[in-house]
Design a protein around this ligand. Structure first.
Ligand code: TA6
Length: 297
């Protein structure tokens, strides 16, 4: 891959190309993953009305939520990371096993300090594998005196043929804040969660793995997360769709947000310390052994 990091930094997108029509495209605006194609099949939803003006958050893909989840009295909803231009730390590079990786970073600057007066550095390493996309995140507090507290979340928009046919595992027994019912707290009783109405829930202390059925071409998607204790499930349905100028009124059946994050228990980062979290999205090809079994071999 001859293209230098400098040349790439001038562009607005970076593409990881593994061959075989398997690619991942990242927009430098927010380091937002805007496409993940596997054998030419797009796995992520991006609204046809999404804005790419380098100002507004991109409506779709995987926006990076930091340092605030939700409404914020000091700054923009879901924080500033998704509306800030990130730096390309390491240009796409092919690994010996054929995977392709790249690294992005974000540091405090005048804009971020005007909202949130802390020094910080985030590294965001993406690895494109045959049927998987890996996300490795590091947050560093370079300060010698000041601690800071943050939320962080990967706001993943999965592309689905019909959200009403999707099922999500791994939420049974978990408590959740229901933003569609005045943030009241409930406990999930269902073995698999389905979405047939406006849904906006923050599930707390969820297990490390969820399987989402009936994603692209009827397949299953495994979301494996580490150090992300919460899972947000969102679909705006009819009414909320109409409230968003960058989202088509008819698009809600074709997206499902399953978001791994630190929402209800913000992270406190002491001076000179670091925090790490990761997520793996894996397309399950029936008969494909689970990550656990693979590891136990
Ligand atoms: O993650 C779910 C959520 O917090 C919903 O409440 C909804 O607001 C969604 O995010 C989209 O937020 P945005 O700021 O991108 O319009």
């Amino acid at each position: 891959m001859a293209t230098t990091a400098a040349a790439m930094a001038a562009t607005s997108v970076v593409v990881l190309d593994r061959g075989n029509n398997t690619t991942c495209t990242i927009n430098m605006h927010g380091a937002t993953v805007v496409s993940w194609r596997v054998n030419n099949q797009e796995q992520l939803f991006v609204s046809k009305l999404a804005s790419f003006d380098g100002k507004k958050a991109i409506r779709g893909g995987i926006p990076f939520v930091f340092p605030q989840f939700g409404a914020w009295s000091f700054g923009p909803q879901h924080g500033f990371a998704r509306i800030t231009r990130w730096h390309l730390e390491r240009a796409p590079d092919r690994l010996h096993n054929g995977d392709v990786e790249a690294m992005f970073s974000l540091m405090d600057n005048e804009f971020t300090r005007s909202i949130w007066n802390y020094q910080f550095r985030i590294t965001y390493r993406l690895i494109l594998r045959e049927k998987e996309l890996h996300f490795h995140i590091g947050v560093y507090n370079p300060s010698k005196e000041l601690s800071f507290t943050f939320n962080m979340l990967l706001h993943t928009y999965l592309k689905v043929p019909d959200v009403r046919r999707c099922q999500i595992t791994g939420l049974q027994g978990c408590h959740f804040i229901d933003k569609t019912r005045e943030n009241a707290l409930y406990q999930e009783g269902r073995e698999v969660v389905t979405v047939n109405e406006w849904t906006d829930r923050i599930y707390q202390h969820t297990p490390q793995e969820h399987v989402i059925t009936n994603v692209v071409s009827g397949r299953k998607m495994r979301l494996h997360k580490y150090n992300f204790p919460d899972t947000v499930i969102w679909n705006p349905w009819i009414d909320r769709s109409r409230e968003m100028s960058d989202f088509g009124d008819d698009e809600f059946p074709n997206m499902l947000c399953v978001e791994a994050g630190n929402v209800t228990s913000p992270v406190i980062l002491l001076p000179g310390t670091a925090f790490e979290a990761s997520q793996i999205l894996q397309i399950i090809i029936e008969g494909n052994v689970s990550r656990k079994t693979k590891r136990n071999r």
